[in-house]
Write a protein that binds this ligand. Structure first.
Ligand SMILES: *Cc1c(COP(=O)(O)O)cnc(C)c1O
Length: 428
């Protein structure tokens, strides 16, 4: 698509945008009475206007009926997690029984690693990306130690090549092959939080399986951002949160996927709780855990209803927009941002860490500004730009990064244009 660097052009793209009305479904934060330019949907998505209504319905039910709300009302709490399944399954490319909203992301990662990282004397290694989100690093490290192993020996972290900013798929495949006989688990993020690289889920999964390993993904930055086919691509397990691209509010209930080839195996070891137990007998309070079929068998506790209500409200917006429409717009919107950055700055002024290929990234571009990053970021914030700043984390000598994620539901092409104008001013 050949873009033009002008406000009129940006506005004409907004005019033609089939999703343009969705901005009105969200509350846009303000700074000094003026709407901000919000580009942190990758960190905390904005509040849908329909959220308060759904949360209030559950507060009302609780107020009016107390405990009876478990079995009464439009959405009885006993089954509350099930009301999100259809929509979630579409977003991550799964069967409804393979997904469940529960707990928080890091909790789910631990729970699924209990089932899917089961090292033996021979097979105990994990391949993952270097510079993964810290919670994932800590989860992997502590799981390895929990099994009495040494993280230094068990965890293989892959770096980009010297002078490159993202990891080549061929290098991932090479490492999987080289470590095949000792490999227990391949665990990557879907979209890397720092660089914005979208990993090749299918290729990595196929290679991991060929090596005899289990393959899991942390989709925190991928769910609701890029197209996923977890079932089709044979991914063994995945976890994600809903407060980033899925707009369900701070700390809201997270998601988990267990492929149907594993999910109905009652013998798979797991840490169990009563909500994972066969629901027909859940209230008989009997001894002996019998898991629900599907991902539901990994639940520990009764649903966090208020948080899941907020999730249902945001999923309704995604369903109305259609996820493929969102992704189509996102590709053009981020492509427009990239075009404007390339038009407006020299390679000496800014370096984009994120892959150029739209199939290898989501909404986010990570902009490295050599040593001026922090100053520029602060100047932008003063102008009402909400982006985010990350300290360097990959290799030595790397600069900090401004992450910018225009999202398809509430960001306009005009926002992107205005952002680049302000960035220009801040850098000069
Ligand atoms: C956002 C994010 C998290 C956050 O974990 P919580 O358990 O939700 O606090 C973890 N991992 C990745 C990759 C993330 O992007």
């Amino acid at each position: 698509m050949q873009h033009i660097n002008s406000l009129e052009y940006a506005q004409s793209l907004d005019e033609k945008d089939p999703l343009k009305s969705f901005r009105d479904d969200f509350y846009m934060p303000k700074n000094n009475g003026k709407e901000v330019l919000y580009f942190t949907g990758n960190s905390l998505g904005l509040q849908p206007k329909g959220t308060a209504k759904l949360v209030n319905e559950e507060l009302e039910l609780w107020k009016e009926r107390g405990v009876e709300g478990h079995f009464e009302g439009e959405r009885p709490w006993f089954h509350y997690h099930k009301f999100a399944k259809e929509s979630l399954a579409k977003i991550v490319g799964a069967k409804p029984e393979e997904v469940v909203p529960m707990n928080s992301l890091t909790t789910n990662l631990h729970l699924l690693m209990v089932s899917f990282y089961r090292p033996t004397a021979k097979r105990f290694k994990i391949i993952t990306e270097a510079g993964a989100f810290p919670s994932d690093q800590y989860a992997l490290e502590s799981q390895v130690k929990f099994h009495g192993l040494n993280p230094e020996e068990a965890i293989i972290e892959l770096d980009p090549r010297e002078g490159e900013t993202t990891i080549r798929t061929e290098d991932i495949l090479e490492s999987i092959k080289a470590n095949a006989s000792e490999l227990a688990l391949v665990m990557f993020s879907g979209v890397q939080y720092f660089t914005g690289q979208l990993f090749e889920v299918e290729t990595i999964t196929t290679a991991g399986h060929k090596a005899g390993a289990i393959v899991g993904f942390d989709l925190a930055h991928a769910a609701g951002n890029v197209a996923l086919q977890l079932h089709e691509h044979q991914v063994d397990f995945a976890v994600w949160c809903h407060y980033k691209y899925l707009n369900s509010g701070p700390g809201s209930v997270a998601g988990a996927f267990v492929h149907s080839k594993h999910a109905n195996n009652p013998d798979l070891p797991r840490f169990a709780g009563w909500w994972g137990h066969n629901e027909e007998e859940r209230f008989l309070m009997k001894k002996g855990f019998k898991p629900m079929l599907g991902a539901d068998g990994w639940q520990l506790s009764n649903a966090n209803v208020l948080s899941t209500a907020a999730l249902l409200a945001s999923l309704a917006v995604v369903d109305k927009a259609g996820f493929s429409n969102m992704r189509n717009k996102s590709i053009v919107l981020t492509g427009f941002l990239e075009f404007l950055l390339n038009e407006s700055f020299t390679k000496e002024e800014i370096l984009l860490l994120t892959p150029v290929d739209p199939n290898q990234r989501g909404a986010q571009l990570s902009i490295s500004l050599e040593n001026k990053g922090r100053e520029v970021f602060d100047a932008l914030a003063e102008q009402g730009v909400v982006a985010d700043w990350r300290e360097p984390n990959l290799s030595e000598g790397q600069a900090g990064v401004i992450r910018v994620a225009p999202t398809p539901l509430y960001n306009r092409f005009e926002d992107v244009f205005n952002f680049v104008q302000l960035l220009r001013k801040a850098i000069k």
